[in-house]
Ligand binder design. Structure first.
Ligand SMILES: NC(=O)c1ccc[n+]([C@@H]2O[C@H](COP(=O)([O-])OP(=O)(O)OC[C@H]3O[C@@H](n4cnc5c(N)ncnc54)[C@H](O)[C@@H]3O)[C@@H](O)[C@H]2O)c1
Length: 268
């Protein structure tokens, strides 16, 4: 039996179960209309997942929940992932409305373009709160449920910035908080692996969303593409393809790994 004081789980912690036919993926970061989260959610809906759609932007959550509810069971959950009690309450709503949670895709994140010497403690802490602590809180609630099911898949979103120190919209605080996501992923992979739960990290290169300060102009895209061997900026679909693989039942032996999806921008 697993016992963590306030909760416990009966059962054989070494047994890894098959995916249940009805299963839910919790996807954060679905609020931005041009963000990666929505494209991931649409793909997972097509692949048979029920969806808990999480973001701090209530209007965005409602919009994507309505869009997807025609094709799968979809629940919009407006929550700030940095607020522990709210995250716990959000999962109680998910339990009531949807099949068991088997997948978690942590995509909610914020950039921080402030240069190191001008960085305030508030900006530093906010970067960590959303990018690292928010991911942790989502993992804690999701993994508790995955343990009950006996199988689970966690995908975290770091960035190649964690490895190279940053770019225009993502300097030191972003790089450091996204490096924390890598440590979080590896710790989760070690501690949750025995329960049939895998945890992996995706490190996107530049992806054409509004996180870089709005829609990229053709000129800026061309500039950015020049440093990318495949000759283009990434699209949310490029990330969704990797999420789809890592969330799949077949990916059960992939654990604690880092996947750059960057067109070869950072080859090392
Ligand atoms: N687009 C890129 O070039 C790129 C590159 C590397 C990594 N990433 C990472 O990929 C993820 C998705 O990025 P995107 O480009 O879709 O960004 P985006 O800005 O389009 O979407 C991010 C979403 O996170 C949500 N969010 C922010 N703070 C939140 C909070 N406290 N609680 C709940 N939701 C919150 C926002 O409302 C937004 O909907 C992020 O973690 C980002 O750091 C993106």
């Amino acid at each position: 039996m697993l016992d963590r004081g306030d909760w416990s789980i009966e059962g054989d912690e070494s047994a890894v179960n098959a995916f249940p036919a009805q299963r839910t993926a919790v996807v954060t970061g679905v609020g931005a209309p041009r963000g990666i989260g929505r494209v991931v959610a649409r793909r997972l809906a097509r692949e048979g997942w029920s969806l808990a759609l999480v973001d701090v932007r209530a209007d965005g959550v409602a919009e994507i929940a309505e869009e997807l509810s025609g094709s799968t069971a979809a629940l919009g959950v407006a929550v700030d992932i940095t607020a522990q009690d709210d995250v716990v309450a959000a999962f109680a709503r998910i339990d009531d409305a949807l099949p068991p949670v088997v997948g978690l895709v942590n995509l909610a994140g914020i950039a921080c373009p402030t240069p190191l010497m001008e960085l305030t403690v508030a900006e530093w802490n906010l970067s960590y709160a959303v990018n690292a602590t928010g991911s942790l809180l989502m993992i804690q609630s999701a993994a508790k449920r995955m343990m009950e099911v006996g199988v689970g898949r966690i995908v975290n979103t770091s960035s190649i910035t964690a490895l190279d120190g940053g770019g225009t919209f993502s300097k030191t605080a972003y790089a450091a908080s996204k490096a924390a996501v890598l440590g979080l992923t590896k710790g989760a992979a070690r501690e949750l692996g025995p329960f049939g739960i895998t945890a992996n990290a995706i490190l996107p290169g530049p992806i054409d969303t509004d996180i870089m300060g709005g829609k990229l102009t053709d000129e800026r895209k061309a500039d950015m593409s020049a440093g990318i061997p495949v000759g283009r900026v990434g699209q949310p679909d490029d990330i969704a393809a990797m999420v789809s693989f890592l969330l799949g039942e077949d990916a059960g032996y992939v654990n604690g790994a880092e996947f750059q999806v960057d067109g070869g921008k950072l080859i090392h």
